[in-house]
Structure formats: C-alpha cells, structure tokens
Ligand binder design. Structure first.
Ligand code: ZN
Length: 148
C-alpha cells in the first residue's frame, strides 16, 4: 500500500509534493502562515502586557482604596469606643491639683464626671471627650500656665 504522491495543502488545498510540505502547508502558504503566526504572537504579547499593566494599576487603586477604608474604619472605631479618664488622669491632663479640680466641679465650672459607686466619695471617671471639650472651651493661653 503506497501513500498518495501528493498532499493537499491545508491552507490553499493545492496538491503538493510531500517532500515540500511542512506542517501540512505548501511552500507558498508556509511563510504566509509563519508571518501570520508571528503577527498573532506579537499582538498577543502586546495585548497581554497592556492587560497586565491595566491590572497592576487596578490593583494599586484597590490597595489605595483599601488602605483609605482601613484608616477610616480605625478612626471610626476609635471614636466609637470613648475613653474614660480617672481623677489622676484628668488632673494630669488639665494640669490641675485634685483639690482645685473638686473646687471647680463644686462651682459647676468643670464636668462633674460619672460616679462609679454611691455617695459623695464614690470614685469617678470622665469621658475623655468632655475633658477635651472643657480644655477647648478655655481658649488659648489659659491652660498649662503655672505661677512663675
Ligand atoms: Zn498552500
């Protein structure tokens, strides 16, 4: 059983001498196919690099957004959990002695604080925000001034 003397080119379908056929293509079509393959390859590479770059830019934007969101979330959580200060911490913060602080509270000139127990001697705490607001209400140049 002998095989056919000629092979049909798979592109132009011309009968071609098997010795000249490369990958099923005749000598005319082979270089055309090679050129087409090269074009497709270089276009594919170009397209891939464009897509990779676009994807990197997208990733950077997503990361920037995530960082921003995290910062906002952290700031929000910080403001959601108000800090409470003890008498000692309040005194340190406003630079006043305990006695002076009680005097201001009795005079209604300082936030009264939150008593943690019963009776006038109950331990107290203050929301940090109240102390900050009080400091703010004092204006500038009044707090921290010590008798020289
Ligand atoms: Zn051909």
């Amino acid at each position: 059983m002998k095989t056919s003397k000629s092979i049909k080119c798979k592109l132009c379908t011309q009968n071609t001498d098997p010795a000249l056929v490369v990958d099923g293509l005749c000598p005319t079509c082979a270089p055309v196919q090679a050129a087409l393959d090269a074009m497709v390859n270089s276009f594919t590479q170009h397209l891939r690099s464009v897509l990779i770059q676009a994807n990197q830019e997208r990733q950077q934007k997503i990361q920037a957004l995530e960082a921003k969101l995290e910062a906002q979330t952290n700031a929000h959580q910080a403001s959601d959990s108000p800090k409470h200060l003890t008498t000692a911490e309040v005194c340190e913060m406003v630079k006043l002695k305990r006695q002076h602080l009680w005097r201001l509270i009795r005079a209604g000139k300082f936030p009264a604080g939150i008593p943690l127990g019963e009776g006038p001697n109950a331990k107290k705490v203050w929301p940090e925000a109240e102390i900050l607001a009080w400091l703010d209400s004092r204006g500038r140049g009044l707090i921290g001034k010590t008798t020289a």
